[in-house]
Design a binder for this molecule. Structure first.
Ligand SMILES: Cc1cc2nc3c(=O)[nH]c(=O)nc-3n(C[C@H](O)[C@H](O)[C@H](O)COP(=O)(O)OP(=O)(O)OC[C@H]3O[C@@H](n4cnc5c(N)ncnc54)[C@H](O)[C@@H]3O)c2cc1C
Length: 392
């Protein structure tokens, strides 16, 4: 039997693993944490909603078959010419490799941004953001420095906008808990002229209206050119002082992908064919945010969890066919289901299969998509165990 190794237990890697397990295919999954976290909804706990426990699941809870092996290790190098992966604790040989190591932040060369901003990209980073914001409120009680009451979120894509929605509901609670009468500014800065660029203009406008009414300052066409400790400088020359600066403006591939020598696009993503094989390496499949997969229009698909999941499921089917029956690989076809953005805990905006939705129905559809993911991953058992996400 061929040795199958999967790197990364995010949306692509975990779904690939669960689907290989369903088919009784032996594999080893390697991930740097012992848990899988629900990245697409991390804005909820980062912005004060629910317990962090609701947003992750132990990998061994999902991989309970004797044919599935999980190894908690941090990968430091991929050597595709030697069919070898190097982790902090040793070397792992493979016959077939699935690379699903996700992304790294894209700072677009903005000076000081990496050093002086927080990121929302993992369970730990969500905890850091929540604690940092609460700490600023406590500090304000001591020194009355108004910068503690200013939060800048850079980027108005899904992550930035959904985070602003959560903050707009949590901050009033925090002010009341700590008896702060002064306003807390939530300022979203975006270089492009619009928010949520994946949605059409009418939906963008609806999202803008909702968030503005909730007190979020949405400033589009505002390019950040430098970030100093506690201060953001804009192209206009304006300087915005803020003790909390969160960057959500873009991602590139995990740097291990380019370091491995795969042919990459300018964002460091491995160029893959319709079977996800990396150029020149038929036994290496690159999935999710680490892959540059071209759509019918010749442009790379944007990095999303829905693409990562579909790639993971398809890859598991292809690998099973190849290993068990020497079946030829089947080409992947992406089914775009739509995009939903929450704007706090009650309303949202988006489209599902081409149909526009907003307000409470959009939020209910978002909740349904969360439930569907949990079901796909761990069936009714996981859905029941994570019901805290839905009941508070
Ligand atoms: C707040 C937020 C909201 C989002 N909302 C949406 C949404 O509504 N819809 C949508 O489609 N997309 C959304 N996205 C994007 C989506 O989360 C990503 O596209 C998706 O997670 C990519 O899946 P992936 O498997 O490629 O990578 P990931 O899910 O990031 O998984 C990568 C895995 O690799 C592991 N790893 C990384 N480096 C190493 C290493 N060196 N050694 C071992 N393990 C390693 C990580 O721990 C992680 O488990 C959102 C993202 C964020 C941050």
């Amino acid at each position: 039997m061929k040795k199958i190794v999967i790197l990364g237990a995010g949306y692509a890697g975990m779904i690939c693993a669960v689907n290989l397990q369903k088919r009784h295919m032996p594999f080893t999954l390697i991930n740097k944490h012992s848990y899988h976290y629900f990245t697409t909804i991390l804005h909820e706990p980062a912005g004060g909603r629910n317990d962090f426990d609701d947003y992750s699941v132990d990998i061994t809870y999902l991989l309970d078959s004797p044919t599935s092996t999980f190894s908690k290790e941090e990968v430091v190098e991929i050597r595709p010419h030697d069919n070898k992966v190097v982790s902090k604790s040793g070397e792992i040989l493979y016959d077939l490799l699935v690379v699903a190591l996700g992304n790294a932040p894209e700072y677009f060369g903005i000076a000081g941004l990496a050093e002086n901003s927080l990121l929302l990209r993992s369970l730990e980073s969500a905890k850091t953001i929540r604690k940092h914001i609460e700490d600023q409120i406590k500090l304000y009680k001591e020194d009355h420095n108004p910068a503690h009451l200013k939060i800048v979120v850079g980027g108005a894509g899904l992550t930035g906008i959904e985070l602003c929605g959560e903050l707009s509901e949590w901050i009033p609670q925090l002010r009341s808990n700590y008896h702060i009468l002064e306003e807390v500014d939530i300022i979203n800065l975006e270089a492009a002229p619009m928010i949520l660029p994946m949605l059409d203009a009418a939906l963008q406008e609806q999202a803008r209206d909702v968030l503005t009414k909730k007190g979020v300052q949405l400033r589009t066409s505002e390019k950040i050119v430098r970030v100093n400790p506690g201060e953001v400088e804009l192209a206009s020359g304006e300087k915005v002082e803020a003790s909390t600066i969160i960057w959500t403006g873009g991602v590139r591939a995990n740097p291990l992908v380019a370091a491995a020598g795969f042919t990459c696009d300018p964002r460091g993503r491995a160029k893959v064919n319709e079977y996800f094989q990396a150029e020149g390496f038929d036994n290496v499949f690159v999935l999710g945010d680490s892959a540059c997969l071209l759509g019918a229009d010749g442009k790379p698909y944007p990095p999303t969890a829905q693409l990562a999941q579909q790639m993971g499921e398809h890859c598991a089917k292809n690998i099973t066919g190849l290993v068990l029956s020497d079946h030829p690989l089947k080409p992947f076809v992406f089914h775009y289901m739509g995009t939903l953005a929450s704007l706090g805990s009650e309303v949202g905006v988006g489209n599902v299969k081409g149909i526009k939705t907003r307000g409470v129905p959009a939020n209910l559809l978002k909740e349904a998509s969360k439930a569907k993911y949990l079901f796909n991953l761990g069936g009714f058992r996981l859905l029941a165990d994570k019901r805290g996400q839905f009941t508070r």
